[in-house]
Design a protein around this ligand. Structure first.
Ligand SMILES: [Ca+2]
Ligand SMILES: [Ca+2]
Ligand SMILES: [Ca+2]
Length: 346
């Protein structure tokens, strides 16, 4: 179980946006459903999609390399694709058929503040084999992301992350303050987070990386967690501490050294969760817990101590509470612009 967090210092400062850095950022994959101009798949057509087209200009690479910027699918990225992006400027159409659902924002983080003000607390590195902090060299929203590294093995688990504790939908500002119950969401929540993972080996059940942890437990022991792990040679996201795990046929691995959007539907009333990666369904799971609310979460580089070489960047993490049932478990669910308020904030 995670140990108690304590305050860490932050040395991040403001940085001017750099076009050169943007152009060098790895491209996310897959346009969103019903919105071909959204090359990056974040349900908005904006400057990132224009840059994706410019970065991919010319003939498409051979499969299986992606060519997402070829929005008309003719095998070449050219002015026609650029015009489609410019003509599709703005938010993608929000309809339930396209997976866009009514929801209220609960919490979000784009790391632009360069501190843990939006969290219950951040964790300081537990030893010299870990680093945790903020980065300005790769990002999804304007200038900053969160970066954690593991550089050598330790007897204890590595923990490079921030954590949340809720009282109802309200974030508690310190883990010293108790909570009597977390987020109550009869229609479930959607959690979205972006990850950039680099590791030179494949994981195993005893050498694992955990990208997200959630628990109904409000105490400092973090009992009854559910985690999303990479823990075998398939390098697929796996729900752990659940009753059953069901992968879709040909479920994709976590792509390495590129930004990957993970979307998770979690419903503690129904005891189910579903995971999409870059808009593609990966896996579902069933679980049973003694209460229906979600009290604590953490994301980041939570890894077994025998790992000795991992870099993880994180971006744009959000929790929204659905106001209508999710009925289509194939299409990635998303919410209307404005539901998640902090993305891109300076
Ligand atoms: Ca986009
Ligand atoms: Ca084209
Ligand atoms: Ca950011």
């Amino acid at each position: 179980m995670p140990r108690l967090p304590f305050r860490m210092s932050c040395h991040a400062a403001g940085f001017l946006i750099s076009a050169a850095t943007l152009l060098c950022s790895p491209l996310p994959a897959l346009a969103s459903a019903g919105c071909s101009s959204d090359v990056s798949g974040n349900h908005v057509t904006d400057v990132a999609d224009v840059l994706a087209v410019i970065n991919s200009w010319g003939p498409c690479p051979s499969p299986p390399l992606p060519c997402d910027a070829d929005v008309d699918g003719n095998g070449v990225v050219n002015a026609t694709d650029l015009l489609t992006v410019l003509n599709g400027w703005g938010s993608c159409p929000c309809s339930s058929q396209l997976g866009c659902l009514s929801a209220t924002g609960v919490w979000c983080e784009d790391f632009e503040l360069g501190n843990y003000a939006r969290w219950t607390d951040g964790y300081a590195p537990g030893n010299s084999c870990e680093t945790t902090g903020f980065a300005a060299n790769t990002f999804v929203s304007p200038t900053h992301s969160h970066k954690s590294t593991v550089i050598c093995a330790t007897p204890e688990s590595h923990r490079g992350y921030g954590g949340l504790r809720f009282q109802g939908d309200v974030l508690i500002p310190s883990f010293a303050i108790p909570s009597t119950g977390g987020i109550d969401a009869p229609n479930g929540v959607i959690v979205t987070f972006w990850s950039w993972v680099s590791v030179p080996y494949t994981f195993t059940p005893t050498k694992w990386l955990s990208l997200m942890t959630v628990t109904n437990d409000c105490s400092n022991t973090w009992a009854d967690v559910i985690t999303l792990n990479l823990d075998d040679s398939t390098m697929r996201i796996k729900p752990v501490h659940v009753s059953t795990v069901t992968y879709v046929p040909n479920a994709p691995s976590m792509p390495l050294q590129q930004w990957v959007r993970t979307t998770v539907y979690i419903n503690y009333y129904a005891g189910v969760l579903h995971v999409w990666q870059n808009g593609t369904k990966v896996v579902s799971a069933a679980f049973s817990r003694p209460v229906d609310t979600m009290c604590q979460w953490h994301w980041g580089l939570y890894a077994s101590g025998n790992n000795d070489n991992i870099t993880l960047y994180e971006e744009n993490i959000s929790i929204v509470k659905l106001q209508q049932p999710l009925t289509n478990f194939t299409v990635e669910p998303w919410v209307a612009p404005g539901t998640i308020a902090c993305m891109g904030a300076q």
